[in-house]
Design a protein around this ligand. Structure first.
Ligand SMILES: Nc1ncnc2c1ncn2[C@@H]1O[C@H](COP(=O)(O)OP(=O)(O)OP(=O)(O)O)[C@@H](O)[C@H]1O
Ligand SMILES: [Mg+2]
Length: 167
């Protein structure tokens, strides 16, 4: 058995801006339907990264912390597709997810979904999701782990790695 999960790579972000720029590189490479699951404690950098994804994807409005609404909908001019920015921090139980229709959102094959606090609903995260885990390393540094369980999504992550880091 390999020591490291083959569909994983890591990075140490040195600043909020760097985390946003990484998100933008990923956002620019996303296919029509993609799920990005963000995991990490309070202040770990999930929203900063999501904001970058929104920029790279082409959202008309900047993504903001959606903590008071479970889901925020964004659009882009190019093809009027939708990006859902979801935050499960306040979700109490599965009923809450049914109320706002998380499953329907994730099944919409034409939209991108970014889910903060995705570990609150692990059963909802599809196998082909891009999972990004954030750990606080120091005041301005965040350790980020990118992974997926899907070989197809891994190709997207490899393209992202090449775009962001040149390798
Ligand atoms: N390398 C870094 N990457 C991202 N954010 C950083 C970094 N260094 C410092 N920060 C700071 O950490 C905070 C991250 O906030 P952010 O809202 O992105 O966290 P979050 O994971 O979404 O938290 P929450 O669960 O409360 O929504 C910001 O204040 C940001 O300035
Ligand atoms: Mg957040």
């Amino acid at each position: 058995m390999p020591v490291l999960d083959p569909f994983t790579f890591e990075y140490l972000s040195h600043s909020e801006e760097q985390t946003q720029r990484l998100g933008a590189r990923l956002g620019a490479l996303l296919p029509a339907h993609a799920v990005i699951a963000l995991i990490g404690t309070l202040g770990a950098g999930k929203t900063q990264f999501a904001r970058g994804i929104g920029t790279g994807w082409g959202a008309q409005q900047p993504l903001r912390s959606p903590s008071f609404t479970l889901v925020q909908e964004h659009h882009r001019d190019r093809d009027n597709r939708t990006l859902y920015h979801i935050d499960l921090f306040r979700i109490e139980h599965n009923d809450g997810m049914q109320t706002f229709g998380l499953q329907e959102i994730l099944e919409d094959g034409q939209s991108v979904s970014i889910i903060e606090w995705a570990d609150r609903a692990p059963q909802m995260i599809p196998d082909d999701a891009i999972v990004v885990k954030f750990e606080l390393h120091s005041e301005s540094k965040r350790h980020m782990t990118f992974s997926t369980r899907s070989a197809a999504t891994w190709q997207i992550l490899l393209a992202f790695r090449k775009s962001a880091f040149g390798v």
